[in-house]
Design a protein around this ligand. Structure first.
Ligand code: HEC
Ligand code: HEC
Ligand code: HEC
Ligand code: HEC
Ligand code: HEC
Length: 269
């Protein structure tokens, strides 16, 4: 989302009461560690709400009724979870040695390629993006194909793979979904392309200012994991997944809270 829009949001009058401050010791909050990799087991995930959403690459083609997307634009691995998660049979592999983002089945983008949001007013400078944000960027920055995973499921026959391995990019060429997704053949994909320039977007991977100490501009989260409406913090940081839950399509744009209350969840003004 863009900063100009952001400032309009912020000017909206406060509709929320100030949230109660949690009497949790600051030290306990600091002891959070990196999580284990989540295994993408399609059997356990049979009823997962991600199925049927825009992040379900196994169902995408059937739903849209476009035969050109599977096996042409991207490989259909048969397991909808592996586009992000490590497949169960590869759970014990050292994925990081193969170039994976820690905990995920995707290659680490070049972290120094990002222009991060910076402003004179920022209390806590953003560092390079955290793994869970790199996960999103590995598709949405448009530099890597959506099917470019570290481990393909064992059941997938590589020799029959003839896909073009397209990227989320609005360019008119055979490596970009924009070939069709140009607003004429199919809906434009341009707005989903976040790019590597993150300066116009909401800052990510910075420590939440209201986390450990009181800051009049920010609310205190209800628990170390975030706010009771689902807005989430990751080791005290704001990430793409703080505002979006790719597993839950029930709100527009996978948002964790409706956009009229989302900003005031964290900001007091
Ligand atoms: C502070 C909350 C917040 C954070 C952090 C955030 N987003 Fe969003 N995002 C939004 C909101 C609100 C919208 C819808 C309004 C808009 O487009 O400006 C949105 C829109 C989007 C869209 C859809 C654009 C469209 O209209 O179809 C994508 C894709 C997206 N975000 C991805 C990301 C990625 C990737 C990151 C991390 C780099 C991220 N977001 C971080 C709140 C956030
Ligand atoms: C587009 C990427 C993506 C795909 C595809 C995906 N996931 Fe996830 N998954 C995530 C992210 C991001 C999280 C972390 C969500 C959070 O922190 O709340 C997650 C979390 C999980 C969790 C932990 C849930 C929890 O409450 O902590 C499980 C289990 C899981 N996914 C299973 C699956 C299964 C099974 C599939 C396939 C049916 C799947 N995922 C497909 C991105 C994905
Ligand atoms: C495997 C590739 C991939 C990954 C990883 C991924 N996305 Fe997406 N995402 C997509 C595609 C493809 C679309 C649909 C684009 C379209 O509709 O044109 C999409 C759509 C979206 C949308 C817009 C949904 C809508 O209803 O229009 C949001 C918001 C979004 N993604 C956020 C995220 C966030 C946040 C993460 C990380 C937690 C993430 N994505 C990870 C591929 C990915
Ligand atoms: C050969 C043309 C073509 C190519 C290439 C193509 N698409 Fe599509 N796609 C379509 C058409 C046509 C539709 C249906 C109309 C629409 O949604 O605008 C569609 C629909 C979609 C939808 C909406 C599905 C739904 O359930 O709402 C998503 C998401 C999507 N495509 C993602 C992608 C991604 C990601 C790529 C690149 C990896 C891609 N497409 C490449 C033609 C194409
Ligand atoms: C998960 C908590 C959270 C949510 C939700 C959130 N923000 Fe933020 N926002 C932050 C943090 C933390 C910063 C960085 C503040 C700092 O370090 O000074 C920030 C910074 C900003 C900035 C830049 C301010 C500056 O000083 O440069 C703008 C603008 C902004 N947010 C707008 C929004 C809008 C609009 C929304 C709703 C769409 C939103 N935020 C939702 C936590 C959040």
């Amino acid at each position: 989302m863009h900063v100009k829009k952001l400032t309009n949001f912020i000017r909206q009058p406060l509709r929320l009461m100030l949230v109660s401050i949690l009497a949790l010791s600051s030290l306990a909050w600091l002891s959070l560690t990196h999580g284990e990799a989540i295994i993408g087991d399609p059997v356990q995930g049979t009823n997962d709400t991600i199925l049927g959403s825009k992040h379900d690459f196994s169902g995408l083609n059937r739903r849209a009724g476009v035969v050109a997307m599977p096996t042409v634009a991207f490989s259909d691995y048969g397991n909808p979870c592996v586009y992000c998660h490590i497949p169960p049979e590869q759970a014990d592999t050292d994925s990081i040695a193969k170039g994976a983002i820690e905990g995920w089945n995707r290659y680490q983008p070049a972290t120094d390629s990002y222009q991060l949001y910076d402003s004179w007013f920022l209390d806590s400078k953003t560092e390079s993006p955290s793994p869970i944000t790199l996960l999103c960027l590995s598709c949405h920055d448009g530099t890597m194909a959506v099917d470019m995973v570290v481990h393909r499921p064992k059941s997938f026959n590589i020799s029959e793979d003839s896909a073009l391995h397209m990227r989320i990019n609005s360019e008119d060429n055979t490596i970009s979904c924009g070939k069709c997704h140009n607003g004429r053949v199919a809906h434009s994909i341009a707005i989903k392309h976040i790019d590597t320039d993150l300066k116009n977007d909401h800052p990510v991977s910075m420590r939440f200012a209201g986390f450990l100490r009181s800051d009049e501009d920010f609310r205190r989260p209800h628990t170390p994991e975030g706010f009771s409406n689902g807005v989430k913090l990751y080791e005290g940081r704001v990430e793409c997944a703080s505002c979006h839950n790719v597993h839950d399509p029930s709100k527009d744009l996978f948002l964790r809270a409706n956009s009229d209350v989302l900003c005031q969840t964290c900001h007091t003004k």
